[in-house]
Design a binder for this molecule. Sequence first.
Ligand code: F6P
Length: 320
Amino acid sequence: IKRIGILTSGGDAPGMNAVVRAVVRTASAYGISCLGIRRGYSGLINGDIIELGARSVDGIIAKGGTMLYTARCLEMLTDDGLTQAANNAHYMGLDGLVVCGGDGSFRGAQALSRKGVPAIGVPGTIDNDIVCSDYTIGFDSACNTAIQAIDKLRDTMQSHERCSVVEVMGRRAGHLALDVGVACGATAILLPEREIDFEKSIVEKMRANRIRGRKHHIIIVAEGVGNAQDVADRIHTATGIDARVTILGHIQRGGSPTVRDRVMATRMGYHAVKILMEGASNRVVCARNNQITDYDIEEGLAMSKDLNQELYEVSQTVSI
Ligand code: F6P
């Protein structure tokens, strides 16, 4: 193959730049030229492209966000949009395309592969919700960003003997909330995947803790569970404890990627280019048992992934 393209799509995640770097550098090492497609699939439809060489990605491994910009492109869901994207890819002479994003972005890669543009997905989302991969790029950085903020919240909650109700991202998945909840020693973690008995798991626990001398609490709520203010109001009504809400929001998507994200991004970006060179198409790169591998996109997205049940049980036991 002579030329490939790289784009980032969907919600950004720390480590996307490290994927771009790994793809460009691996391509360059094998004498393959690389085009950066900007603003996700919109850039493919509109021809918004830049040439990328080994030197144009210097220094970006440490940067959050994505130098290629990102977008959620609804046009890709239409026949016209998809055809235009595929035609442009052919016109640009792309022998392959690497798409870093979430499952919606992989659907686009699958559709392009069917139109003769070999496309490979690389999981980049802070939600860690790509079902065929144990890990998605950005998760570790987002957890660490959340923890840094919550550690600060704990200081002030302790001083005022309050309860902090913290909403973390995760519209459909609680992976981020679970890891963050365990890492900050939360009293309770509310997840979209698990029903919780509010009275028993939160109110009674807080009352018992108060008797034992604990005067401040942290409750983690995954975005997908519902309204954090409702949770705080219920706590206040039931216990009389002053409960304050903090929504961490998009802060979790920013910042310099952690070592884990930089390393995973580099391994996955490298793998994507290597399989394109071997003639692969319509694949998603995954981490399984700390090995980097790949699956057919359809097959990969049809797999299932639950929360880490062992960690969930641990969190229940140690949060007394
Ligand atoms: O996909 C990652 C994610 O951060 C979700 O957890 C969140 O619900 C969503 O993106 C929000 O994205 P945006 O506000 O950029 O549309």
